[in-house]
Design a protein around this ligand. Structure first.
Ligand SMILES: [Mn+2]
Length: 358
């Protein structure tokens, strides 16, 4: 297991030297945030990011995300040009030493919450999903709400550029149901995975978050049956999952330790965090501690350990604690606490296993 930490580049309020001081962290999960989705990532910008990260004593082996242009998800004729650009980016990232590319295939919206700073009983705050609000608001209002609550930061997946022309995007998705979306994902993977195999990159699709349809848009990366299908689209280790416990775990049907065991060998990247499921489909993000949420983090880490997981891990999101100001979900303190806890669980698994190395 290689422990990593997501970092948003030079405008991230968390300096890399702080990240370097979190015990056990070997690398950054990074991205270029100033390249238009669908364009090829320039070599000099990749090199600059890598240099910054390496200078801090950290590795840059995981990219989250290289976003997929909506034309590819929609299956428009213009997708070919965007896929070509995607392949150029894949080759350039491989040349820079990147091993895993996380991406998602969610129409229009990326992850979705109704509150970015819902107070918790201990005085901290966290991302929160309230089903009644999600079901009653229109997409435009929702986008405005997220922008208002984001503390002045641009949130990954909610870049204003990406959400420009929301109405025409919704219009374009009218004819795209889950089957069509699967078809379009298949076409994308059949083009991208062979190149990844050649250059030593593993693609890792992030589940839909939350794992159910929103605003009438289809979602197809949300549970065992569909994950089986995604992996079967191209049967290769280079077609893998970012197994996100918090995203999939919002649906009580998803048994995370069982999914970890089922997909062993096809999980190059693990997001491990907890959530607390509430009545009516609501859920709150929580600290990583098992007793603070609905997921058993020990059983999840044990499933990775039992299946000889040797991929990358990140603590995904954290709460905002100790009056920290930052990107919702992406403060330093609670993510660092999450890492310390995951390290502890992993060490306990190592030393508790019979036949462990001395
Ligand atoms: Mn995640």
């Amino acid at each position: 297991m290689k422990m990593t930490f997501r970092w948003f580049g030079e405008d991230d309020p968390i300096p890399l030297r702080y990240v370097r001081q979190i015990p056990g962290v070997s690398g950054i999960v990074g991205a270029l945030y100033d390249v238009e989705v669908g364009e090829a990532w320039p070599e000099d910008k990749i090199a600059r990011l890598k240099h910054m990260v390496n200078q801090a004593g950290l590795e840059l082996e995981v990219i989250e995300s290289v976003n997929v242009h909506e034309d590819i998800k929609l299956g428009l004729p213009s997708r070919d040009r965007h896929i070509e650009n995607y392949l150029t980016t894949v080759r350039r990232l491989a040349a820079a030493g990147v091993k895993v590319i996380c991406y998602n295939f969610m129409p229009v919206f990326d992850w979705f919450r109704t509150d970015l700073a819902r107070p918790l009983p201990d005085g901290s705050n966290a991302l929160f999903y309230e089903a009644a609000i999600a079901e009653s608001l229109d997409p435009q209002t929702m986008v405005a709400r997220v922008a208002r609550e984001s503390q002045g930061f641009v949130l990954p997946g909610w870049e204003p550029r990406r959400l420009a022309g929301l109405e025409s995007l919704f219009e374009a998705y009218r004819g795209v149901d889950a089957e069509k979306l699967f078809e379009n994902l298949g076409a994308f993977l059949r083009a991208v995975v062979p190149v990844c195999e050649q250059v030593g990159i593993r693609m890792a699709i992030h589940p839909d978050d939350p794992p159910w349809p929103l605003f009438g848009l289809p979602r197809i990366v949300n549970g065992q049956a569909n994950l089986d299908r995604v992996l079967a689209l191209v049967d290769s280790p280079a077609n893998g999952l970012t197994l996100c416990s918090g995203s999939l775990g919002a649906d009580p049907q998803n048994d995370i330790p069982a999914l970890v065991r089922r997909y062993a060998g096809r999980i190059p990247f693990a997001h491990i965090r907890n959530i607390r499921r509430l009545a009516g489909g609501d859920f709150s993000e929580s600290s990583h501690l098992s007793s603070d949420g609905s997921l058993d983090l020990f059983e999840i880490v044990k499933a990775y350990h039992d299946t000889d997981f040797d991929g990358y891990v990140r603590p995904d999101h954290g709460r905002m604690i100790w009056d920290e100001k930052g990107r919702p979900g992406y403060g330093l303190y609670d993510r660092a606490l999450g890492i310390a806890y995951l390290n502890g669980l992993w060490e306990a698994c190592e030393k508790g296993s019979p036949g462990r190395k001395p």
